[in-house]
Design a protein around this ligand. Structure first.
Ligand SMILES: [Zn+2]
Length: 154
């Protein structure tokens, strides 16, 4: 439903006021398939024919195309910490079996590696997160013209 009011909300290409936010386009594409069987479903955004539904919900092609950006691929700090804690334990066990004195070297080295890896994970996670919120912000400001198909930001 193009809920545009006033001339401020119009397609930048053709000037039509039949515009719709990508958010709505996306949400409208999801239709309840009450019977749970396949069939033809028509939405304002497109047609989903014989969609193989898994959870009783089908999504139109249009909806899929204007889906929001994928959630960020961040690395779990806990998983990383666990991984390096295991390596640390192995290094210590190995080195200590040859010479207990080597523990004095192994422990600080392992800790240093752990801190380094953790820091770089934090940085890359933050970068991925900001990339995501930027893409999400752009998506939320985007509109689709139902007349000419132009996608633009408002
Ligand atoms: Zn247009």
């Amino acid at each position: 439903m193009a809920t545009s009011t006033g001339s401020a909300f119009a397609c930048v290409k053709c000037g039509s006021d039949r515009i719709k936010s990508l958010k709505l386009v996306h949400e409208d594409g999801f239709m309840r398939n009450l019977s749970g069987t396949t069939g033809v479903a028509v939405s304002r955004g497109g047609v989903a024919v014989g969609a193989a539904t898994t959870k009783g919900v089908s999504q139109s092609e249009t909806s899929r195309r204007y889906a929001p950006p994928a959630t960020p691929q961040t690395t779990s700090l806990f998983a990383q910490a666990l991984f390096f804690a295991l390596i640390l334990a192995l290094i210590i066990a190995y080195v200590a079996s040859n010479s207990p004195w080597m523990l004095l070297v192994a422990v600080p080295v392992a800790v240093w590696v752990y801190v380094k890896v953790r820091r770089s994970t934090v940085v890359s996670n933050a970068r991925e997160q900001s990339r995501y919120s930027e893409a999400m912000g752009a998506w939320e400001r985007s509109y689709l013209c139902e007349r000419c198909g132009q996608v633009f930001a408002l």
